[in-house]
Design a protein around this ligand. Sequence first.
Ligand SMILES: [Zn+2]
Length: 184
Amino acid sequence: MDDLYIPDKKLWSKIVNQSIEIQEENICKSSIQFRPELCRYYKIQNRLTIHRLLRLALVNPRLNYKLLVMVKLGSITIKDGQCSICGCHSTDVVQHLILYCEKLSDARNSMFYGIVDVLPVQESVRFFQQDDSDIIVALLGGITDFMQSVNSDNWSNKMCCLADHIFHLYGKFKGELSEHRFNF
Ligand SMILES: [Zn+2]
């Protein structure tokens, strides 16, 4: 308006849409970014776009429900509590169940073997060299620094393999999630 410039309708529509998208994205980011209990979710899904696991579900309809379970596991809050499966107290119940609970080690080990089978050797070694908070982000579909170097086919294969394994693991601990009153 200052320049007395009036763009054509198509361009104006584009400008308005972009402004709205930027504003919506900023609102979304600011509502998540500074909440420590949502820091895992923020690492997994920090943009206002369709979740990458839901995009994967579109081309793998057989895995729809399993991928949805992974999306939900990645979005629930971080909170502490006692695991009634093994009796241990942890500061992050979901991370405990997926990575540490000793009573779930068989299902977890077969998940890890699945990753080793599906990724090239170098990549699977680097996958397990990540710290635990990045491993769980990568298991639940987030793109960590290491995952950025994995090509999209390997990423898709890994996530499809994980969908089966994590769903199997989830079957063993889903009672625990309701015990801790997670909104699942
Ligand atoms: Zn446990």
